[in-house]
Design a protein. Structure first.
Length: 338
């Protein structure tokens, strides 16, 4: 009996199939790389607080601080030097009430931050979070009824006021994040009524009721005083519902879309990308995802630089045009250094 060796099949074929040929050197790998990562793909969140010369470290997010408006110019210069072209602004007010009234105040902390950043770095794109949770004393994303349920239509009027105040201060993009039904249409109507048609809406069209928001709630001081947000944020088990939410926001006039969180929902990022290819898509690499990698890196359980760049590339590969991430500064510096 003639013995047969597995390589005989390769020898008999027109030519061995060797995909490794294009992985042989770093130059070849870069030449055929399908998904790239650049500092311009990243959006850096900023947490702005009242006061002067304030930089409060967020204990659960090493490397992330709450900062006062007077220190934003330095942040803008650093980000511009790193090639990061956009920030997402969150404000922590000096006082909170049930109506979240400081969210739309002309002298509110975000409104001051927008003006300061525009003066310091006009080329930096300013995206502002439009939600009430940081501004209400109950920590929920809208006005409440007597039972503590978030009122939908009554909240829409407040979201419109917030968006207009941000736009009048100089925001380039407003980003409603509360998953309140009709929020995009209400904000678009409010902006247009005030002659602010040029301000874009980046909708958190898909925001899940996730366990990975914990560190953010420390940073933004917006944890619910009671209950949770499952009555309006998406159930983690649902993907088809996410596509319905996106379709509604597109119909209402969203200029760009967001999926949040990113890592546990890469299938949803891909599905949104394929169903709505015409609109820019962002994915939010959230605080819990950030904290996990920082902790693992600090303990020597993985190489932080390699892991971060791999995660961000994976989010881009899933279909995100932009990645909102607390890793933005480090990642941009690593990308620049080669």
């Amino acid at each position: 009996m003639t013995s047969f060796h597995p390589l005989d099949a390769l020898r008999m074929s027109p030519g061995p199939k060797r995909p490794r040929r294009l992985r042989r050197t770093a130059t070849l790998r870069e030449l055929v790389r399908e998904t790239t990562l650049d500092p311009a793909d990243l959006v850096y969140p900023l947490f702005v607080v009242p006061g002067e010369d304030v930089r409060n470290p967020v204990s659960s997010m090493p490397g992330v601080d709450q900062i006062s408006v007077d220190r934003l110019a330095g942040e803008a210069r650093e980000l511009t030097a790193l090639g990061v072209k956009a920030v997402l602004l969150f404000g922590i007010p000096g006082a909170k009430d049930a109506q979240g009234s400081e969210s739309y105040a002309d002298d509110g902390v975000v409104q001051h931050a927008i003006r300061a950043l525009k003066d310091a770095s006009p080329e930096l794109a300013l995206i502002t979070d439009v939600c009430m949770c940081e501004y209400t004393d109950h920590g929920h994303c809208g006005l409440l009824d007597s039972e503590g349920y978030v009122l939908n239509d009554e909240t829409l009027e407040v979201l419109g006021r917030i968006a207009v105040s941000h736009a009048e201060a100089g925001a380039d993009v407003v980003a409603p994040s509360g998953m309140i039904d009709g929020m995009v249409g209400a904000i678009r109507g409010a902006l247009d009524a005030e002659g602010l048609q040029g301000v874009a809406i980046l909708s958190y069209a898909v925001k899940y009721a996730s366990a990975f928001y914990g560190p953010f709630r420390e940073a933004a001081e917006g944890a619910p005083a009671f209950g949770d947000r499952r009555s309006h944020q998406l159930d983690p088990g649902n993907a088809r519902e996410a596509l319905r939410e996106v379709a509604l926001d597109v119909e209402e006039g969203a200029d760009a879309l967001m999926v949040k969180p990113a890592l546990g929902y890469l299938d949803v990022v891909r599905a949104v990308r394929e169903r709505f290819p015409e609109l820019p898509l962002a994915a939010y690499n959230v605080s819990g995802e950030y904290a996990m990698l920082k902790a693992a890196g600090a303990n020597g359980w993985l190489d932080e630089r390699s892991a971060v760049l791999e995660v961000l590339t994976g989010i881009r590969r899933a279909g995100a045009d932009l990645v909102v991430t607390y890793h933005a500064k480090d990642a941009a510096a690593w990308l620049q250094s080669g």
